[in-house]
Design a binder for this molecule. Structure first.
Ligand code: FEO
Ligand code: CA
Ligand code: CA
Ligand code: CA
Length: 747
């Protein structure tokens, strides 16, 4: 997420005094079509500022990428980068990218479901003007979709179907200027409790029944599986932190007209709602994991939120970024004091968890699984090893945060789903240390682990408790501080994790993680921006200026990279691993250079393997997923209008890569000012869903289509070929993609 709901952990592109390729491009932009039309030589273009012909006309690679170990090859040609130049060449403006998605020749994309679509009984059709009430939004698809997974129904023979199932989709956040017809004007008195409730009802998770009939996919709008889980849905808290004093918040009766304090507190075993569900996970036993990321932004107050390290809650607020301003856009506290951390200090502790949801049971209660730790969860990727040990790999997406894995104490039972029901409640949470020799250590966050200060965590004042059960509860509620204490490696914003399938002769436990960017990496440390998160847990979230290191080698890392590791002994229970950097993203033809004091090997050109060089350049990798056939899919989240450092890379996209060779092709480009996030497939691999989040972000309520009018400017109707798309404002959507020859996506 970015933009109007800009979180503090997102990058602001730094201003460089060195003229970037953008400056050069801007100078020639007006005449760009002329350049191409008149066929100037590559040499002449290069002399105009480091451009290559390939960079301008977006050449593609025609030959298929061959199959390699455990990888079936790539059969499609890269689509051109969606640059401003491309938009100009199509008669559009020089200040935006092309406002549509593009997929390779031989593929068809259609919009499948959009914010505001009815998805359950009683749901009303999207009005186009955002005039829906909170109650109506509660039965419609939520806003700003992110991670998702297709859960197939079983056929009569028990085999999973590829034409019917439940699509579980996270709705990460909202943009109030587009969510409400007249935006949010607090001083003007238009911000009502119904608006707060509508915003809360547009958050959470949407469960949508998807069905294909006569080759056309559609949402079953009256399905009993259709469900919304929102910021107010009752949840259960389980695992070691359940019931701890820090989890007992002020109790409220939540109604359409307000949250009324009952005068008591909760028992620490329940919570209301899930928010900022960014990426996701699934379990091998068939449940969905919604991961709570930037929950801090939804808390705000008209009073000063305590952030003193002298108090337990103040220190927690500081380390997790709870503030009076929040992200400055939701302002829920104005109408709902549950989200005011001054009035309800323990409520933030009920967020930042992994939430397990059974998509096949619409009446199931979501469960916050505290054993998996509390941080800004991006995703949770499971691996079951050959001994049926199961682990979940997870990133904490904020600058200078960490990579974790949770190893279940019990083994996965592949023959009895019910036996796995509470596997997520007990196990060991580890945090990663990446050493310069390309090995790494998983550091257990347990009471007896010795921290870098020589003290066991049970003796560290942050986690002191009556017994080790309480120590463990505090370690989990304060996961970031425990990771600080044991000396984990500060990373460049860990986003999605993905596990390579062990197929076709490949048998390693190999896991990838996108590190999207970090504009603080390599900055000179100062008193308020120290070189490291302090071991005592006192460093404010995202405030450090760490030096470059082997695992995070680029100063001012605005294009990001992808790291991967292999577990020692091919088991998820390993406490050591080997690692390398799979790819440094970048712009092959940028003239931007690292600062003169920088002595490392990284650069802004990156080392993406593509032919011709630059044909699959990307930056700010975020979504990352291996399909079951072994293809690696990577989605991006950068400034989505092809500006600044992204003048050559263009707007956001999804690429496909060979994990052996790194060979990369660009599969999709996306509308103006959006993010591409969320990808899943049917079991047969012949249908893929991809998420487009926040097209046209930053627009104000007076002109919601200022930057984008997608998807309705690309299609008149939804995937069913019947349902019209009401115009009026851009809508986050899930698109459905099929191959025209009926083949597997990517083949
Ligand atoms: Fe919501 Fe880290 O992306
Ligand atoms: Ca390259
Ligand atoms: Ca993300
Ligand atoms: Ca991101």
């Amino acid at each position: 997420m970015k933009g109007a709901s800009h979180p503090t952990n997102d990058v602001t592109l730094s201003q460089s005094s060195v003229p970037s390729i953008r400056d050069v491009i801007d100078a020639v932009e007006a005449s760009r079509r002329q350049f191409i039309k008149t066929g100037l030589s590559a040499t002449a273009l290069a002399s105009a500022g480091g451009l290559t012909l390939g960079g301008l006309v977006n050449t593609v690679q025609a030959a298929p990428t061959p199959a390699t170990l455990g990888f079936p090859g790539i059969g499609f040609e890269s689509v051109p980068a969606n640059t401003r130049a491309l938009n100009v060449s199509q008669g559009g403006s020089a200040t935006s990218t092309v406002d549509r998605i593009t997929v390779p020749a031989g593929y068809t994309a259609q919009v499948f479901v959009s914010w505001g679509d009815a998805i359950m009984p009683g749901g009303t059709a999207f009005t186009g003007t955002a005039s829906e009430t909170a109650a109506q939004q509660a039965k419609q698809f939520g806003m700003h979709n992110d991670g998702m997974h297709f859960f197939p129904f079983a056929g009569t023979n028990g085999a999973p179907l590829s034409d019917r199932g439940v699509l579980a989709v996270n709705n990460e956040y909202t943009h109030e200027d587009i969510l409400f017809t007249d935006g949010q004007n607090i001083a003007g008195g238009n911000y009502t409790i119904d608006k707060t409730r509508k915003s809360q009802n547009a958050h959470g998770v949407s469960l949508v029944e998807a069905r294909r009939v006569n080759g056309k996919w559609s949402v079953v709008k009256s399905s009993p599986y259709g469900r919304r889980i929102t910021a107010n849905t009752p949840c259960r808290i389980s695992g070691p932190a359940a019931g701890h004093a820090l989890m007992k918040a002020k109790a409220y009766t939540i109604t359409d007209t307000g949250s009324v304090a009952t005068g008591g507190t909760t028992n620490g075993l329940t919570a209301n709602g899930t928010i900022n569900n960014c990426a996701h996970g699934i379990t091998p036993w068939g449940t969905y994991l919604a991961c709570e990321e930037n929950f801090n932004g939804n808390f705000s107050s008209d009073s000063a939120v305590p952030t003193s390290t002298a108090t337990e809650v103040g220190k927690l607020n500081r380390r997790y970024g709870i503030s009076s301003a929040g992200f400055g856009v939701y302002n829920w506290h104005k109408n709902d004091e549950r989200f005011d951390p001054v009035k309800n200090p323990n409520e933030p502790h009920l967020f930042g968890w992994v939430v397990e949801i059974d998509p096949y049971n619409p009446r199931s209660v979501p469960v916050k699984r505290t054993a998996m730790g509390r941080f800004k969860h991006e995703s949770a990727q499971f691996v079951v090893d050959s001994q049926n040990n199961v682990a979940f790999y997870m990133g904490d997406d904020e600058r200078n945060e960490y990579i974790y894995k949770f190893v279940c104490a019990g083994k996965f039972n592949p023959t009895n789903k019910a036996a796995n029901r509470d596997l997520l409640d007990s196990g060991t949470l580890y945090v990663a240390r990446f050493d310069a020799n390309l090995s790494g250590q998983w550091l257990a966050l347990e009471p007896d682990t010795i921290g870098v200060n020589g003290q066991a965590l049970r003796d560290n004042p942050n986690f002191a408790g009556a017994n080790d059960a309480e120590v463990k509860a505090k370690i989990l509620i304060k996961t970031r501080m425990a990771a600080d204490a044991v000396g984990a490696t500060m990373m460049d914003r860990p986003e999605w994790t993905g596990a390579r399938p062990r197929i076709g002769g490949f048998d390693e436990v190999e896991v990838y993680c996108t590190l999207t960017n970090n504009n603080r990496r390599g900055n000179a440390p100062t008193a308020s921006a120290p070189a490291a998160n302090a071991a005592d847990g006192s460093t404010a979230a995202a405030s450090a200026n760490p030096p470059v290191d082997a695992a995070n080698p680029r100063a001012d890392n605005d294009f990001g990279h992808i790291i991967r590791w292999r577990e020692t002994g091919k088991t998820v229970t390993a406490t050591s691993f080997g690692w390398d950097i799979f790819a440094q993203a970048g712009d092959s033809i940028t003239t931007k250079t690292l600062g003169s004091t920088y002595t490392g090997t990284a650069n802004y050109q990156g080392n993406i393997v593509d032919a011709p060089n630059g044909s699959a350049d990307y930056g700010a990798p975020d979504g990352l997923w291996f399909d079951p056939f072994g293809r690696l899919w990577v989605q991006t989240d950068q400034v989505g209008d092809g500006s600044g450092d992204f003048i050559n890379i263009g707007g956001n996209m999804m690429v496909c890569a060979d994990p052996n060779t790194g060979e990369t092709r660009r599969f999709m480009t996306a509308p103006n000012k959006c993010e591409v996030t969320g990808v899943t497939m049917t079991p047969d691999g012949k249908t893929m869903w991809v998420g487009i989040q926040h097209p046209g972000e930053d627009a104000l309520s007076g002109n919601p289509i200022q930057f984008s009018n997608w998807p309705q400017n690309q299609w008149a109707v939804e995937a069913d070929g019947v349902t019209a798309l009401p115009a009026g404002r851009p809508r986050s959507s899930v698109v459905v993609i099929t191959k025209d020859d009926g083949g597997i996506i990517g083949s």
